[in-house]
Write a protein that binds this ligand. Structure first.
Ligand code: ATP
Length: 358
């Protein structure tokens, strides 16, 4: 992927609001046709980054290159992108057709061409026949589709989406995510989407750029972020994580309270925290022989039934009150949580699922 020149290159972008640093030396390469999500908690700078790319905000330092052209100082209208915001931002007094045709210059397009393009766009977003309706006659999801059609009508080479689904209710949002992703792939349009919703980012993105406090913390495929988070912030932000404070022991081993854990590779030589996903903790019945590494008894403190699985809260022996969360299938959960059962289990923390962080 990195051998091709990127479609959009952001280099060393820095933005200060007074003494507050909103963007701290952000660099990012986006390939043509990719959908990249900017993900992070509120205030981390993702909207500021999008606005700098759109030319709605000027960065203090840094360069933005799009399709080989330095656009850092160009006005928004010369940058060749379509943009969609959280609120539909349609003109209430214009029809759907007029809204979609708004960005199509009458100087460059005949009225019949505009009509045809509007109808193509409505087809694309699944709203054929709605030309003469007014925004108020449409649901939130439909209005957002019209706004998308409007953004795409001039055939921009970049699509910028700023939390485009956050004003919609959960069901509509889930459907629209899938539709939007399918459409993006069909058009192969390079897309940058801001979201604070990790599930949305996981569902839609080719790659996710995780931001924290104005910095780009990690930029990778969703699977890679989930399996190998670069730091505790990413691990905690994407999916659920167990954290176990450790002290180094020797070679491949560390100590978590009084329990020795084998990491399967050279252990760090200073204290830190071990990270393991709940689904990677193996839960066994107590009668299972304990001849595997990193296997010990645990008390079952709590269990919640979540349909496809149970989430258990466990207190491993020798870890002095630390608890971990683990996932088990419904049958095993029923058995372990039976009121007559001993509420004990054996757990294994596989070496390959343990990641050490400082
Ligand atoms: P959210 O999801 O809440 O919009 P975000 O990650 O998109 O968060 P930004 O909108 O980029 O965050 O804002 C980053 C920080 O910069 C925030 O703390 C915000 O208050 C601050 N900020 C943004 N715009 C300005 C401005 N024009 N003047 C002063 N501070 C600003």
């Amino acid at each position: 992927m990195s051998s091709k020149p990127a479609f959009l290159t952001i280099q060393g972008l820095h933005k200060q609001f007074g003494s507050f640093t909103a963007l701290d030396q952000v660099s990012l390469d986006i390939q043509a046709g990719e959908l990249v999500c900017l993900l992070g908690p509120s205030g981390c700078g993702k909207t500021t980054l999008l606005r700098c790319i759109a030319g709605l905000q000027q960065a203090d330092q840094g360069v933005i290159v799009m399709a080989g052209r330095d656009i850092t100082h160009l006005p928004p209208q010369q940058r060749d992108y379509g943009i969609l915001f959280q609120s539909y931002a349609l003109f209430p007094n214009l029809t759907v057709a007029q809204n979609i045709g708004y960005g199509l210059s009458p100087r460059k397009n005949l009225a019949s061409q505009v009509r045809q393009r509007v109808s193509e766009m409505l087809d694309l977003v699944g709203l054929s026949g709605s030309e003469n309706k007014y925004p108020a006659q449409l649901s939130g999801g439909q209005q957002q589709r019209v706004a998308l059609a409007r953004a795409l009508a001039p055939s921009p080479s970049l699509l910028l989406l700023d939390e485009p689904m956050s004003a919609l209710d959960a069901q509509v949002r889930e459907r629209l995510r899938i539709e939007l992703r399918a459409l993006q792939k069909q058009l192969s349009i390079t897309t940058l989407m801001v979201t604070h919703d990790q599930e949305e980012a996981m569902v839609m993105a080719d790659r996710i750029a995780v931001m924290d406090k104005g910095r780009l913390v990690q930029f990778d495929r969703p699977q890679a972020l989930y399996r190998a988070p670069a730091d505790p912030f990413v691990a905690g932000f994407i999916g659920e994580a167990n954290w176990l404070p450790f002290t180094p022991l020797h070679d491949c081993s560390v100590l978590v309270e009084r329990v020795r854990l084998d990491l399967g590779h050279e252990a760090p030589n200073s204290a830190g925290r071990l990270f393991i996903r709940p689904e990677n903790i193996r839960v066994l019945d107590t009668n299972n022989p304990a001849n595997n590494t990193n296997t010990f008894l645990a008390d079952i403190v709590d269990g919640v039934f979540l349909g496809r699985h149970y989430k258990l809260t466990l207190r491993p022996e020798g870890m002095d009150g630390l608890t971990v969360q683990a996932i088990v299938n419904p049958e095993q959960g029923d058995r372990l949580l039976d009121p007559l059962a001993a509420r004990r289990c054996r757990i294994q923390l596989p070496s390959e699922a343990l990641h050490a962080h400082h």
